[in-house]
Design a protein around this ligand. Sequence first.
Ligand code: ATP
Ligand code: MG
Length: 243
Amino acid sequence: MLFELNDVIKEYDGVPVLHIENLQFEENKIYAIMGPNGSGKSTLLKLLNLLEKPSHGQIIFQGFDTGKAGDSMLLRLRRQMCMVFQHTYMFNASVYQNVSYGLRLRGIKCPELQTRVKEALSFVGMSDFSGRNALKLSGGETQRVALARAVAFRPQILLLDEPTANLDPDSVALIERLVQRIHETTHTTVLIVTHNLFQAKRLADEAIFLYEGNLIEKTPVPQIFTEPQSEVTRRFVSGTMVY
Ligand SMILES: Nc1ncnc2c1ncn2[C@@H]1O[C@H](COP(=O)(O)OP(=O)(O)OP(=O)(O)O)[C@@H](O)[C@H]1O
Ligand SMILES: [Mg+2]
C-alpha cells in the first residue's frame, strides 16, 4: 500500500475541515479526487504531500508512520512526490532554468542535469521553448512546463491539483495524454483533483468523492458515475447538486 490514512482530521484554527476515517491508495493507479468547492480536496493533497500535518490521526506512507518521521526522513519521503497546481508559479527566467532549478537544489549536476531537463521538455513537446522567458508563456504552455518540471524529478507519485482548470479543450486533452503517458511509461501513481467529470472518466481507475470534509465514497470508474453508492455522489455526478 502506498498511502494509508487512519482517522485523519485536519483542523484550521480549531475548525475541522477534513475528516477521513480510512482511505488507502495503491501503487500504479490513477485516482481522481472530486467534490464541490471547499470539500477538502486540496487539503487532502497537502496532507499526502506531507506539506501539512494532520491535527489527529495517522498517515502511513510506504509503511512509515509519517507522524513519527523526523525532518530528514520527511524530506526523503517528500522527494518521491511532486505536486502541480492550477496556478503554477514560474520565476522570471528561461523555461530551461525553471525546470532545472529544483534539480539543482537536489544536488543534480551537469551533464545529468542537462539530460534530464532536455528529456523532460521534449516529453511535453516544449523543447523549442527552452530559452524563452517562462513568464511569457500561455496558460497551456505553462502547465506543460509545470509537468516537465515534475517529470524531471522522476517522482513515484504525482499530485495534480486541478492542473487543467483554465485550459481550452485542446490543451486539456494534451495534458491528459501526457499524464497518461507518464503513468504508463514510469508506473507513476497519479492523484488528480478535478471538477471535470469527463476528465475523471477518461483518466482515472478510481474516483474519490469528498463532501463537506468527509469521504463519501471511493469507487472504481466508471461505476461511480453509473452506480454511485450514495445519494450525494449521485447528485454530484448527475449535475443536480445544489450548492
Ligand atoms: N490554510 C487554511 N487556513 C484556514 N482554512 C483553510 C486553509 N486551507 C483550507 N481551509 C479551509 O478548508 C476547507 C477546505 O479547503 P480546500 O482548499 O481543501 O477545498 P477544495 O475542495 O480544494 O476546494 P476548491 O474546489 O475550491 O479548490 C475550506 O473551507 C477552506 O476555507
Ligand atoms: Mg482546491
